[in-house]
Design a binder for this molecule. Structure first.
Ligand code: AP5
Ligand code: MG
Length: 215
């Protein structure tokens, strides 16, 4: 499957993407995970992105397109991919459209995960993420805690709160989403690709996607 997952911070893009990789081996491509990995590794990309991320601002489009141009042409994308957190601005959507046309790939759909704001705020303050950049498994102290408190089930690394999980950064991320990313729903509706799904349950999101794709 070749999907874009749209949705506010905390809507469950990462959670749904990980569940979908188990359906048909499509790979999850999370620009947030790639950037957090780069920050931890102290690369040039990480140095440029860190302050934007910590403040809850978007990283400049050119940096993101630089990553995605390469990533989408790697061999593991041939079986399918789940774009998690990308595109996030209209210029990124336009650039993605041109890139996909150039490399001859067609998207199946853009799935918009719809979750009420109070649920989002609760999810973001209770989320925990594996600190290992290669893993970044997602937990939640209420809905999905690790078996052993503070330790990742998958790789044994400490499970932490992200740097952008302060009250201030969360509110900035939601504001940025409303201003820059929410308009992408209308963009993909015009492209004939939009599917809106109530994302209170991730399992229902996965079954809706499978049904739409005839899987
Ligand atoms: P990114 O990492 O993409 O963060 P985000 O969009 O803010 O989204 P989140 O990862 O916070 O939420 P999610 O929707 O993945 O939810 P999750 O599955 O974890 O981006 C971070 C930063 O990087 C940005 O602010 C920006 O600076 C930069 N960046 C990234 N991409 C960029 C781009 N394209 N352009 C420019 N800048 C970019 O779920 C949340 C919690 O809820 C978890 O605890 C989970 O366990 C729980 N949960 C999920 N589903 C359910 C459910 N059904 N029931 C109960 N709990 C649930
Ligand atoms: Mg995420």
């Amino acid at each position: 499957m070749k999907l874009i997952l749209l949705g506010a911070p905390g809507a469950g893009k990462g959670t749904v993407a990980k569940l979908l990789t188990e359906v048909d081996g499509s790979v999850q491509i999370s620009t947030g995970d790639i950037l957090r990995g780069a920050v931890r590794a102290g690369t040039e990309l990480g140095k440029k992105a860190e302050a934007f991320m910590k403040a809850g601002d978007l990283v400049p489009d050119e940096l993101i397109m630089g990553i995605m141009e390469e990533r989408l042409q790697e061999s593991d994308c041939a079986n399918g991919f789940l774009l998690d957190g990308f595109p996030r601005t209209i210029p990124q959507s336009e650039a993605l459209k041109a890139l996909l046309a150039r490399i001859g790939i067609e998207l199946d759909m853009a799935v918009n995960l719809d979750v009420p704001r109070d649920v989002i705020l609760d999810r973001l303050t209770t989320r925990r993420t594996c600190s290992n950049p290669e893993c970044q498994a997602i937990y939640n102290v209420k809905s999905n805690p690790p078996k052993q408190e503070g330790i990742c089930d998958k790789c044994g690394s400490p499970v932490i709160q992200r740097d952008d999980e302060t009250e201030e950064a969360i509110s900035k991320r939601l504001e940025t989403y409303n201003e820059k990313t929410a308009p992408l729903a209308a963009y993909y509706e015009k492209e004939g690709l939009l599917v809106n799904v109530n994302a209170t349950s991730s399992d229902i999101v996965v079954s809706t996607i499978k049904e739409k794709l005839g899987l």
